[in-house]
Design a protein around this ligand. Structure first.
Ligand code: NAD
Length: 291
């Protein structure tokens, strides 16, 4: 079995790395946050003191970091993966980042004989814990095939969507649908509440019909229970919406719904809610409607 390095043990990376340990892989890990490293070491991993050391000790290096600058720093920066990785090793970036940055990283690694795929995920913390994430991949068929057994330890599905960057284009598409669905759900439940109808009755009545969705089932019960712990931070969804708008401008696609939801999330961030779950979009509507 290949020795795997894992960098970024946050809300998603921690359970994903634990699933690799459960599957029997030997794991070397690194994160700035010593507390999460300790927890994964308790589960059987070995700690490294830098991303470079992770790469030196692994054949496959997985990164699960917030955004493009973090991945660039960890992979290409001082004491980073590129300085330590052996020729022929594979870097699998599972973070959600800008597709252009994935391509840039892929090119710089390829120039040193290191392979790269982008493999962002959907499903959030519950599916990261269960190992049932949906994984969207960009890269060569050969690198995808070789990575598949590892990806399958973390996900229920892994689909090759195209060359390097295609995984992150797919993830941006996913994030448009999720953001707009959460906004629609918040708008609908706020209307029902203000019109005097119990939102839970509305949810139970509509969830089996055309308005039913994975987003509605995942988020409506949490909103009604006033549970806004992340999950997926509003700040991270703003990051994705920024990458969505940038990509839309690059390729010439107007994105009016994404722009609106981004401004709603931005208003919540300014109001001090950036570290709440993106289901907290309901708070924006409740404030507008004085619920
Ligand atoms: P997080 O902020 O909880 O975790 C990020 C981790 O990276 C932290 O532990 C942080 O200490 C570490 N880190 C940051 N910079 C580092 C560096 N230079 N070196 C070492 N470690 C560093 O974020 P998360 O929620 O786990 O999300 C990670 C990625 O997955 C993001 O791109 C996010 O958009 C995506 N994602 C998240 C969810 C979700 O529900 N949380 C779902 C799907 C995709």
């Amino acid at each position: 079995m290949k020795k795997i390095g894992f960098i970024g043990l946050g809300i998603m990376g921690k359970p994903m790395s634990k699933n690799l340990l459960k599957a029997g892989y030997e794991l070397v890990v690194f994160d700035h946050n010593g507390k999460v490293v300790e927890e994964v070491v308790q589960a059987g991993a070995q700690a490294a003191s830098s991303s470079k050391e992770v790469a030196e000790k692994s054949e496959v290096i997985i990164t699960m970091l917030p955004n493009s600058p973090h991945v660039k720093e960890v992979v290409l920066g001082a004491n980073g993966v590129l300085e330590g990785a052996k020729k022929g090793s594979i870097v699998i970036d599972m973070s959600s980042i800008a597709p252009l940055v994935s391509r840039e990283i892929g090119e710089k690694l390829a120039a040193q004989g290191i392979r790269f795929i982008d493999a962002p995920v959907s499903g959030g913390e519950p599916k990261a814990i269960d190992g049932t994430l949906s994984i969207m991949v960009g890269g060569s068929q050969a690198d995808f095939d070789e990575s598949l057994p590892i990806l399958k330890c973390m996900g229920a599905s892994a689909v090759l969507c195209g060359d390097i960057g295609a995984g992150n284009v797919t993830k941006l598409a996913n994030q448009i649908i999720v953001a707009v669905n959460i906004a629609a759900m918040s708008e609908a439940l706020t209307l029902a509440t203000k019109a005097g109808v119990d939102p839970d009755s509305v949810y139970q009545a509509i969830r089996g019909g055309l308005a039913g969705s994975t987003v509605l089932d995942a988020k409506a019960p949490l909103v009604m229970a006033r549970k806004f712990d992340p999950g997926f931070r509003i700040n991270l969804h703003i990051k994705d919406l920024n990458n969505i708008m940038e990509t839309g401008h690059e390729v010439g696609v107007p994105l009016p719904l994404s722009a609106s939801v981004m401004e709603m999330m931005q208003a919540l961030k300014v109001d001090g809610h950036g570290d709440k779950d993106h289901g907290g979009l309901a708070l924006y509507y409740e404030k507008l409607a004085n619920v």
